[in-house]
Design a binder for this molecule. Structure first.
Ligand SMILES: [Fe+2]
Ligand SMILES: [Fe+2]
Length: 139
């Protein structure tokens, strides 16, 4: 596999990861029970919006690089009634996973400065998400 093909494969993985996060955000936003709904629903729906935008940006990048966005999702979300804090903890876990994936990819890119720049920006954005969610969990 050439470096270029490898990059496209990685981008497709990130595309799937962002879409999955968007679906998870929607599920979380609609699973919170009680008064916590007033506190976290808006934040979770904003998270959904942003991750779908990230997915779209990555898909466009794949197209620009001559690839074709593909998607292989295996996602099962059980019925659940959760607290606001549980929802934020869950979101933090998959935002952290996304950040790790972007970081890892960033370290692998040696030969494509533009792509590296793009992924580095995403590392910045995802770092902020993780920091914001972490603040919400402070006691
Ligand atoms: Fe994202
Ligand atoms: Fe994010």
């Amino acid at each position: 596999m050439s470096a270029h093909e490898h990059h496209l494969k990685r981008l497709n993985e990130l595309f799937a990861e962002e879409l999955e996060a968007g679906i998870r955000y929607l599920h979380l936003a609609t699973s919170v029970k009680g008064l916590d709904r007033l506190v976290v629903t808006k934040t979770l729906l904003e998270g959904m919006q942003e991750t779908f935008e990230h997915a779209q940006t990555i898909a466009e990048r794949i197209n620009q690089m001559g690839g074709v966005p593909s998607l292989d999702l295996k996602l099962q979300l059980p019925p659940q009634k959760i607290s606001g804090a549980e929802a934020i903890r869950t979101a933090l876990a998959f935002e952290q996973a996304a950040l790790d994936a972007y970081r890892e990819f960033c370290d692998e890119i040696k030969d494509d400065v533009a792509l590296e720049e793009f992924i580095r920006e995403q590392v910045g954005v995802e770092s902020q998400h993780v920091a914001e969610l972490t603040l919400l969990l402070e006691e």
